[in-house]
Design a protein around this ligand. Structure first.
Ligand SMILES: NC(=O)c1ccc[n+]([C@@H]2O[C@H](COP(=O)([O-])OP(=O)(O)OC[C@H]3O[C@@H](n4cnc5c(N)ncnc54)[C@H](OP(=O)(O)O)[C@@H]3O)[C@@H](O)[C@H]2O)c1
Length: 150
């Protein structure tokens, strides 16, 4: 990957599935180029804010895979009481509230969808803002629950 960056084929390097400070530090101990992004499982039930805050010092940004909990689990996120409450308050869908939380809290989120209506809905999150109190309510949903363990 370093060779690909140096030859201009790649702009940046991203890594995936590094969940602890120790794992990140191990990579950084030999990395010639600091990764720009770490793509990890992150959703309302597994936020791992500690790692997101830790890697900021290196200019690394967290990207959430399974931003809605992933296929087979999305309803657990979409039907969460706090999310539904905020969706009602803002006149937005549960998916839009969750994406807005990811962005406001510093996560890149790229949800998977093959439905054009969902894709349009997922882009339509830039005309409202969650308050700090609302963000704290979503942060409070975190229960360190991952769906995958690779
Ligand atoms: N690095 C890794 O180890 C790793 C592991 C897993 C996944 N990933 C990546 O992470 C990305 C996302 O994963 P994912 O697609 O499984 O999880 P996800 O984004 O959490 O969930 C996708 C599911 O949400 C539904 N959805 C999307 N927008 C919606 C909306 N507005 N309303 C209702 N439902 C909506 C989709 O159905 P519709 O198609 O019907 O919209 C799909 O079933 C993918 O690019 C995947 O490759 C990476």
């Amino acid at each position: 990957m370093v060779e690909a960056v140096e030859s201009g084929k790649l702009h940046s390097i991203g890594i995936s599935n590094y969940y602890t400070k120790e794992q990140v530090e191990e990579v950084l101990s030999f990395a010639e180029i600091t990764p720009a992004v770490i793509q990890n499982e992150n959703h309302i039930y597994y936020q791992n804010a500690e790692l997101r805050d830790y890697v900021k010092q290196y200019g690394i940004v967290m990207e959430s895979w399974y931003p809605f909990g992933g296929r087979g689990h999305t309803q657990e996120s979409f039907e969460n009481d706090v999310i539904l409450d905020l969706a009602k308050a803002h006149g937005k869908t549960a998916a839009q509230i969750i994406l807005r939380w990811h962005l406001q809290d510093g996560y890149i989120a790229i949800p998977g969808s093959s439905n054009p209506d969902h894709i349009a809905e997922n882009y339509d999150i830039f005309d409202f803002e969650l308050s700090e109190d609302e963000m704290n309510r979503i942060r409070g949903i975190d229960e360190q629950r991952r769906y995958e363990h690779w």
